[in-house]
Design a protein around this ligand. Sequence first.
Ligand code: 13P
Length: 290
Amino acid sequence: MKTYGECIKEANEKGIAIGHFNISNLETLHAIYNAAKKLQVPIIIGLTENESEFFGRTEAVAVIRALRSRDNYPIFLNGDHHYSLEAAKTSIDAGYDSVVIDLVKLPFEENIRITKECVDYARQVAKKEKREILVEAELGFIGTGSKILDKLPDGVSEATMTTPEDAKRFVAATGVDLLAPSIGNVHGMVKSGNPRLHPERVKAIRAATGIPLVLHGGSGSMSEDFIACIKEGIDIVHINTEIRVAFTEALKKSLTNLPEEITPYKYLPPTVEAVQTVVEARLKLFSGMK
Ligand code: 13P
């Protein structure tokens, strides 16, 4: 089985991207894993700090490791959007395969300093436990929260996109494995439509940093924008809001259709089906399948 790093390298060589989908429960995990196995593509399961608290870090690590070894399948666990070094360390210690340290709200130099500490810590643990741990950082504000938005959040604009110069300095100073830049993307789905992505900025940042880039805030973006950004150097795409919408709408409908039903395994299957449909479509797009 290929390692996490090898899967990312292979995606880059093939000009495709790996899908990263967030979960808060097992139904969603089943749906995502079913979709990945059906299409035979590697998959990354993400839990933010809040999602990790709800699901349980130990539980998340146990389930992902069990699936990976039972099926000899490239499924990896990412600690998505950790807003402090302490939180990132907690997920690294719990056994996550990667963490996203998101300190974009801090001044640039402080972001560099703490991100570097996180990288150093991950390297130590990786060496001690003889396992791969990747560290990703965010650079450039793209909003917070995977939800339906009335308007573009303040502070997200073309003017605040990550510059290749900042990205180069940041990556050289921190040694991160992966970088999530701001290239027109935004977390959540804007009611009037998400902004367009900027593949030319992806290309410039990739050339400046030489490391794999991650596209956050994938929900609601246009297919042609995804394809163009993947071609220019995006190796992983994050989707969360679309999963939440699919799950919640299917659950509401199922409960309405079965008002007397109290057995979760009878009213929850439509949620698995709905999420799987969304994930399959996204994975096909990211993998260049028809
Ligand atoms: P969306 O909710 O916009 O898909 O963003 C998800 C994400 O980037 C999680 O890290």
